[in-house]
Design a protein around this ligand. Structure first.
Ligand code: DGY
Length: 329
């Protein structure tokens, strides 16, 4: 019988990353890539010292209690709202995420979604593909100006700052932001970003982009009341997490043209999407792909692998979420 630790890779990842893991561990994979139910995940984790998860796998108190041999859970995502971190920490299990490696790629996508939304890219493409384009017109798919407009950012962590730099330096935008805590003056200057309260952000932004983490306190941070404060010409972009926007309220606001348009990469209850959003023409919808380039997704998978290898072989971790667990070891 092998004396090497066993680990589970809960979703299909890159073969070269699995090969790296196999140099150290007995590795069980999920080649079919079907998301597992909580019961299936618990069953597959029996006897495993480590788990590599994605945002689709919930690691909560019940799972932790049912998998007493688990020492480390490494999420292939910067967001970790699928982790009950207090329960994981209380059980002495180390957890990690994948910050930094996806910052610029996600900011690129946030900006792409902003441009596509403001300039009605997918709506006009659908029109063309449907054979409806039979004459040019001056106001055809006239959208909203991006260059020189006011960019509002809610959540000003690494990705928010990377989006601010694109807006300020690349598109000459006036950048305003709201965040739990204000950035230091040097970072504000580098991003050319001005701190405002949430009410001012909502009423002033021509384009509002959401980049804040999901938690109980950010649930429905943008609901009917917030949408009512936005300009009727404004666009809203969400590359953060489903649940930050009240999708039903947004669908009504889009239908009634209370805001101009939205670009959404994340949804409440995804992969299901609110039918009112699917019906709306003034919304660009993408399936949670903001960090999806091959280079970045490989970097994320490798970082998760690095964390598991470092912890199970040396008691260290590269990007721990609860480093106190390693310190107490
Ligand atoms: C992240 O890294 O949090 C992305 O949303 C992928 O899940």
């Amino acid at each position: 019988m092998s004396t090497r630790p066993s680990i589970l890779v809960a979703r299909k990842i890159f073969p070269d990353v699995v090969a790296r893991l196999r140099e150290h561990f007995d590795v069980e994979t999920n080649e079919g890539d079907a998301p597992m139910s909580p019961a299936q995940l618990i069953e597959r984790l029996q006897g495993k010292a480590g788990a590599i998860t994605t945002g689709s796998e919930r690691v909560d108190a019940a799972l932790i209690a049912a998998c007493p041999q688990l020492k480390v859970v490494a999420n292939i995502a910067v967001g970790y709202n699928n982790f009950d971190l207090p329960a994981i920490t209380a059980a002495g299990v180390l957890a990690s995420n994948t910050p930094d490696v996806l910052t610029e790629t996600t900011a690129d996508f946030g900006f792409a979604l902003l441009l596509a939304t403001a300039r009605r890219l997918t709506e006009s493409e659908h029109f063309l593909r449907a054979g409806q384009w039979n004459r040019w017109a001056l106001d055809m798919f006239a959208g909203t100006e991006v260059n020189g407009s006011t960019l509002g950012i809610l959540g000003m962590g690494r990705i928010g700052q990377a989006i601010a730099r694109r807006g300020a330096h690349g598109f000459n935008m006036k950048v305003i932001y709201h965040n739990r805590s204000r950035l230091d003056a040097a970072t504000e200057a580098e991003c050319k970003a001005r701190y405002v309260d949430k009410a001012e952000l909502l009423k002033t932004a021509d384009h509002l982009i959401l980049v804040l983490p999901y938690s109980a306190s950010s649930h429905h941070a943008i609901g009917a009341a917030e949408l009512a404060q936005m300009k009727p010409t404004a666009t809203l972009v969400n590359v953060a997490r489903g649940g930050i926007v009240d999708d039903a309220a947004l669908a009504s606001a889009l239908r009634e043209k209370r805001i101009a348009a939205a670009g959404l990469d994340v949804f409440e209850g995804e992969p299901s999407v609110h039918p009112g959003l699917l019906e709306a023409s003034n919304v660009v919808l993408t399936p949670h792909i903001a960090s999806a380039t091959i280079t970045t997704r490989k970097a994320m998978a490798n970082l998760a692998a690095d964390n598991v290898i470092a912890y199970l072989t040396q008691g260290k971790m590269v990007t721990p979420l609860n480093p106190q667990v390693a310190d107490q070891r």
